[in-house]
Design a protein around this ligand. Sequence first.
Ligand code: ADP
Length: 243
Amino acid sequence: MIEITNLKKNFGPNEVLKGINLKVNKGDIISIIGPSGSGKTTLLRCLNYLEKPDEGIITIGEVSINARKVHKKDIYTLRKKSAMVFQSYNLFQHKTALQNVMEGLIVVQKKNIKEAQEIATELLRKVGLEHKTKAFPSHLSGGQQQRVGIARALALNPEVILFDEPTSALDPELVGEVLSVIAKIAKEGKTMIIVTHELNFAREISDRIIFMDNGVIVEEGSPKEIFVEQKEERTKQFLKRMV
Ligand code: ADP
């Protein structure tokens, strides 16, 4: 369903992605792990052209974009296929939880207000926030804000949800509530790509783990292959540092 071919991205002289190849099947839960600065977030952002790659082909479903020949309309189509959950939530501060989730339903999906309200209310219930529909982000905890962010991503009914370190801005005691919402959605068969430092979580919910270092995929495989039977020295060293 998703295919990334020879993806390259530089920031000035800094080669951040050095030719990434990756295939993701429908319904797969993929976690990307690796040291800070290895290019994980950049890879995720290139997938929906929040960052423009220098080279490479990105395909999601029937849309395919070659970085050498980009059409604006293809970027728009590509973006509709994915939804991003950001590290820092990125909610509209002047809108309530419900309005934040309704926004995409009205603007992107062209639903009428009543329908958008019903769907958004249901999604907030799904993430355990039915009692906070009228709250503004500043009156919600970080964990609650991130759950609104997840409901908002679901509202777009994307083919894939991209999670960019969804718990790394949270106080430790709030991480669990967000991870359990993500785990719940994972069970429903949504395709998900998750950049995370939560290795135990990645191990539990992923079909496949991608280990990145220094702009390349060093090793990929099942959670068992990466966490127990890893072949590459760099993977071993990283995991050793993380325990
Ligand atoms: P990771 O997610 O693995 O921590 P990132 O993809 O965030 O890694 O960053 C990879 C490298 O790219 C880092 O060296 C970072 O400083 C650099 N980088 C990321 N975004 C930008 C940007 N917008 N401008 C310049 N350099 C960037």
